[in-house]
Design a protein around this ligand. Sequence first.
Ligand code: PLP
Length: 419
Amino acid sequence: MNLAAIMQSEAALLLPTYERNPVLFTRGRGVYLWDSRGKRYLDFLSGIGVNALGYGHPAIRKVLSKQSSKLIHISNLFFHEYQAELAKRLTAMSGLDRAFFCNSGTEAWEGALKLARAYAHEHSRNGHKAKWRMLALENSFHGRTFGSLATTHPAKYRAPFAPLLPGVNFVGFNDLHDLNRQFDGSVCAVCLETIQGEGGIRQVSPEFLQLARDLTHKHGALLVIDEIQCGLGRTGEYFAYQHYGIQPDIVTVAKPLAAGLPLGAILASNEVASCMHPGLHGTTFGGGPLCCAVAIEFLKQMQLLLPHIREVGNYFRLKLEQLAKKHPAIREVRGSGLMLGMEIESADLAKVVARKLLEGGILINRTHETVLRFLPPYIIEMKHVEVVTRAIDLALSGSKSATQSKIVPKSPTRARSNS
Ligand SMILES: Cc1ncc(COP(=O)(O)O)c(C=O)c1O
C-alpha cells in the first residue's frame, strides 16, 4: 500500500488519537531514515527518545537475531537468564537495589505510584491513616494511564477523563515556597521528572530537588523520579538526577532501554521494595527474555557512549546558543547532553521551523507548543549537528518573526547537504 492508501485506511480503521505527519517510513540505518519515495531523513528525534543507538546497530542486531531464535517470551511464572543480569546493571548504575520490569513508561510510572502508596501503608502507625497525598509538578508528563494522568499536569490530557486518582496536588515548577507550603505529614511521595520532556525541556533546579529530598527524608515520604525521557545516558550521565548529587527512592525508566523493543523498569531501594510481596504487582509481557537480552546490550553500548554524548551535546548546545544570539525569535536554549530544547517566540513560528526541517529531510518535533525538541540518537556526530543548526538558521532567516533577525543571513538559498 502507498502512503495515500494507508492514510485512508487508518482514517477509517484506527482510533483517531494521532495527527501523523504524512510520511511513510520504510527503513533506517545509523542516524538516517528513508521514506517510501526513497527520501532520506536525518533523525534528531529518535522515535521520541527510543532509538538511542540509531537504526540497525550491529550489536543490537546480533543479540536480537541470536535471542529471537532461542526464546522470545516465557511469562513471569518462570525464570530466564536475563532479568537478574539486567537488574544488576541498572541497580549498579542507579545506586538503587531492586528492579521490576514492565512494558512502557506509563506502566513503570503506575507501578512506582503503587509502590509509594504500598510503602505508606506499610509504614502507617497503628490506628493512623496511611499517608496518601502525592505532590507532582506543574507542566509534568508521566503517561496516559489513570495514575500517570493523575500526576500529569496539563488539563488537556486530564480533563476529559476525570475523575482521576485522588490525592494528587501540583506544585509550581521550581517554586520552593509552594513546595514548602503544600508539603505536610499526609504526603507519601514527591514525584517529578528531573528534566521535563513534554513540558518543554525544563530542568528542575538543584535547590528545588534538594528541598524535595530534604522534606521527603524528614517526613518519611519518598522521592520518586521519572527518568523515562531524560535517563539512560540521554544527558551524558546514566541518570539525569546524577547531575544533582541526590539519591531518589524510586526511579522509572523506559524509552531507550531495549533499543526499540518495549521495556520499562521501576528501580527502588531495598527499604521501599520490602513492602512488595508475591501477587501484589505483576505483568504478563514485562521483562521477557528478548527485551532483557537486548537491554543488557543497550546498557553496554550506552556506557561506552557517555563521553561522546557529553561532547556532542555540549557542541550542539553551543551551536544552538550561537543561533539564539543571531535570531531574537529564539527565546531560550535549555537542556543537557542530547536532550535539548529551543524555545521559540510563538507556536506558529515553531511549527513553521519544524515543518521546514521535515521538508528538508530533518526530523525533530515541537513540544509544549513553542519548544523545538531535539532527542537525537547518541551516535550523532558534529557534522550532523552542523546540518541541523544550519537548517534551523535558514528556516528562521526565511520566516516571518515578530522580531527582526539581528544579522542578515549570507546565503538564504544555500543548498542543504545531509551527509
Ligand atoms: C517523562 C515521561 N514519563 C512517562 C512517559 C510515558 O511513557 P510511555 O509513552 O512509554 O507510556 C513519557 C512519554 O513520553 C515521558 O516522557
